[in-house]
Design a protein around this ligand. Sequence first.
Ligand code: SF4
Length: 85
Amino acid sequence: MSDRRLQVYQTDQVRVTYDPSVCMHSGVCLRTMPAVFDGRPERWVQPENAAAEAVMAVVAKCPSGALRAQLVTSVLRSVKRDGGA
Ligand code: SF4
């Protein structure tokens, strides 16, 4: 993957971000939940393939912090707090 910009993958339940400039390629995500983190070049994170809490648990194991996740309800709360809709 040559694009080093932050990537966002969102469902109506969970928002996952991936920062390629931070990833240390440990493969923890791919091995732990291949249905969601499948390594394909385009849209390699598919959070809709598992429960939001399960996705968040795998993201928490990312050793580099390249993966981050928030439940969508928390995202909406922060948008409201910051003056959004
Ligand atoms: S677990 Fe984190 S550091 Fe390891 S490959 Fe996945 S995103 Fe990269």
